[in-house]
Design a protein around this ligand. Structure first.
Ligand code: UDX
Length: 429
């Protein structure tokens, strides 16, 4: 099948490479010449495990090409996937200007019978506007479907190659048959729904998971007050099949490019339709307050951060990515510096990305042991593999009293950390 992928951001590049690896003829299209030039040379402009290799392989096989020309990409395409960004507008709703611009630009080149898939996360009802815009620029028959994306950064290739399900929002029988065939090589779990439900399902999945994380965080806060350990509490409920043990760890609140934005969009949507007593609004609010509240707690515990050196482990928003969008470090490091701390920071992949976003007084170092050298406090922010198996004795030897070890992801056995000569502080335990 001939597929045009509009937008070569995170979702666009992964999706293009995966569909190309299945033998489809895929063209990636973007208006950003620099990005396209880099991709043409087989270089992914961000870090994502396995993607670089897949890109080079599918290009060498001749299944994947890149262009900035709408005419080249769209002419002859059976399927056109819109995967452009939807930044948040000032009122918290999604700004759809790029989706509409892509719709307008593709219209003159669409072939008869083409299927346009909206993969960008958009509110229910967007497809009719997209249809209207395309219709103005073409005389051919085309159909529009919604197929939301559920991939996670850090495991995006694997998630796209082996998704738990594909949700296809379409009503036209031919479109349903074509898209089912396209996705069946990835998963047998193809769920056919109306487009509005597919769009809502994307929000619902992210908002549900974000609420689950917020629940774990709220539970952790209570545990801290009554001698319970939240890890034990979660283990105690996880065997209930309705609940499960997965995706269930408390910490600094959710970050990244999707959860904060999608929860805000649904909260904004709830407000606009008058549903102001909404769990979505509460989840967003609680997540916004998560880090400031924790920092206040830590401040009391250490007797004020002024003059203290803090070693920060992990600057990205989660492991296995150099993405720093809504990363905890972006709130925590400036907070520490404003409160007089001296910050030494490290990350396996995201130092270059963090430098322009963090105060200039931060010292960046190569590894965790360097980060905690001479530090009064160590803060593990992101559970990169290499920070999960630190030599605690070596960490303690590098630090100076009071040697606090803030394990904000509950990765360590508190007793082992204490035995190494550090003062342990986890989350909800
Ligand atoms: C998420 C969704 O998982 C994915 O399905 C969707 O398509 C895009 O958004 P991603 O943002 O890549 O993916 O990261 P994810 O691994 O889900 O983590 C999001 C945030 O939640 C991170 O800040 C992470 O640290 C936090 N998190 C995750 C927790 O605090 N606790 C958890 O149990 C899981």
């Amino acid at each position: 099948m001939k597929i045009a992928c509009i937008g070569t951001g995170f979702v666009g590049v992964v999706t293009a490479a995966v569909f190309a690896s299945l033998g489809n003829e895929v063209v990636g299209l973007d208006i950003d010449e620099k990005k396209i030039d880099s991709l043409r040379h087989g270089v992914v402009p961000f870090y994502e495990p396995g993607l670089q290799e897949l890109l080079v392989k599918t290009q060498a096989e001749g299944h994947l090409t890149f262009t900035t020309s709408y005419e080249l990409a769209i002419s002859g395409a059976d399927i056109v996937m819109i995967m452009v960004g939807t930044p948040s507008a000032a009122d918290g709703t999604a700004d759809l200007k790029y989706v509409y611009a892509a719709s307008e630009a593709m219209a003159p080149y669409l072939k008869e019978g083409a299927i346009v898939i909206v993969k960008s996360t958009v509110p229910p009802g967007t497809n009719s506007k997209v249809h209207e815009i395309i219709e103005r620029g073409t005389k051919v028959f085309f159909d529009i479907a919604s197929v939301p994306e559920f991939l996670k950064e850090g495991t995006a290739v694997e998630d796209t190659l082996h998704p738990d399900r594909a949700v296809i929002g379409a009503t036209n029988e031919r479109t349903i048959a074509t898209l089912t065939k396209l996705h069946e090589s990835l998963t047998k779990n193809v769920v056919i729904v109306r487009p509005e439900s597919a769009q809502m399902a994307k929000y619902a999945a992210n908002v549900y998971l974000a609420s689950r994380i917020t629940f774990a965080n709220q539970m952790a806060d209570l545990c801290e007050l009554n001698g319970a350990d939240v890890q034990e509490v979660l283990a105690g409920i996880g065997q209930d099949k309705r609940i499960g043990t997965h995706y269930w760890y408390p910490g600094l609140g959710y970050g990244g490019s999707c959860f904060p934005k999608d929860v805000k969009e649904i909260a904004a949507y709830a407000r606009t339709v008058g549903e102001t007593e909404s769990i979505f609004i509460a989840v967003d609010d609680l997540n916004e307050k998560r880090i400031p509240r924790l920092m206040e707690k830590y401040d009391k515990l250490v007797g004020g951060f002024a003059g203290k050196t803090v070693g920060i482990l992990g600057l990205s928003f989660k492991p296995n990515t150099n993405d720093t969008r809504v990363a905890p470090s972006l709130k925590i490091v400036p907070w520490l510096i404003e409160h007089g701390a001296i910050v030494r920071a490290t990350d396996p992949k995201a130092i270059d990305e963090s430098k322009p976003l963090l105060p200039s007084s931060v010292t960046y170092v190569e590894n965790a042991y360097e980060a905690v050298r001479g530090a009064h406090i160590a803060m593990l922010l992101i559970e990169w593999d290499e920070y999960k198996k630190l030599d605690l004795g070596k960490i303690a030897a590098s630090m100076v009293a009071p040697k606090y070890f803030f394990d904000t992801r509950n990765q360590y056995d508190p007793a082992a950390v204490t035995a190494a000569g550090l003062q342990y502080k986890g989350i909800g335990r």
